[in-house]
Design a protein around this ligand. Structure first.
Ligand code: FE2
Length: 225
């Protein structure tokens, strides 16, 4: 199975002046494309050749892992930004308020974490095992899949993401990147997680009164989330 470079979901000028067309030409056209090309070359004739990207990430190491994870991470990054103004869904905002106090507090912690990440890497918003929102900092090609968490949003802090427009000023890039977040994409990721979780509820299948009561409680619980 050949992996393909995703198409950008916006025109290369759509993010200006925050991210220039030149940045996108290099970041997407050279770096992202490079990871796709490397991955295809490395998996040829191996057990990973027909595997889905997420499974390669979980089962490989070394060069195959690095390139597979960088393809996944960049897909996530480019889908997660937009030149249009978007807002978090009500449910996402509820979870942000519950787990960080406020959107402003979440922004501060997320951007501080990204500013302090040493070297190249990624900062993620994920849902952890306890279904609590978590900010994760990963070096190099890391991502929340490695911890069994559900990724919702990511920021690329490799220098190639911002050097053309911001030189070495990572904090300035981060502050402006925040304005590009595609909250529709982040909210959709949360919704997909909720839908998947609901599918996995095993109904109480005998027809006793107690089971009907438990099923009704389950249904009410999940319609409130
Ligand atoms: Fe990148």
């Amino acid at each position: 199975m050949e992996h393909k470079l995703m198409e950008l979901p916006f025109d290369k000028h759509a993010l200006e002046p925050i991210l220039s067309a030149e940045t996108l030409e290099y970041h997407h056209g050279k770096h992202h494309q490079g990871y796709v090309n490397n991955l295809n070359a490395l998996i040829k004739g191996t057990e990973f050749e027909e595997m889905h990207l997420e499974n390669i990430i979980l089962e490989s190491e070394g060069g195959i892992f690095n390139n597979a994870a960088q393809v996944f991470n960049h897909d996530f990054y480019f889908n997660g930004i937009s030149g249009e103004e978007t807002k978090p869904s009500r449910h996402l905002l509820e979870l942000i308020n519950r787990d960080f106090g406020s959107l402003e507090a979440f922004k501060k912690t997320f951007l501080d974490t990204a500013a302090k990440l040493f070297g190249s890497g990624w900062v993620w918003l994920s849902l952890n095992d306890g279904e609590v929102l978590e900010i994760e900092a990963h070096s190099n090609a890391g991502n929340p899949l490695l911890r069994g968490h559900t990724p919702l949003m990511t920021c690329d802090v490799w220098e190639h993401a911002y050097y053309i427009d911001y030189r070495n000023a990572r904090a300035a890039y981060l502050e402006k990147w925040w304005e590009l977040i595609n909250w529709d994409f982040v909210s959709q990721n949360l919704l997909k997680f909720d839908e998947k979780r609901t599918e996995h509820i095993t109904p109480c299948n005998d027809n006793s009164e107690l089971c009907e009561y438990i099923d009704a409680l389950d249904k009410a619980d999940h319609s409130n989330t």
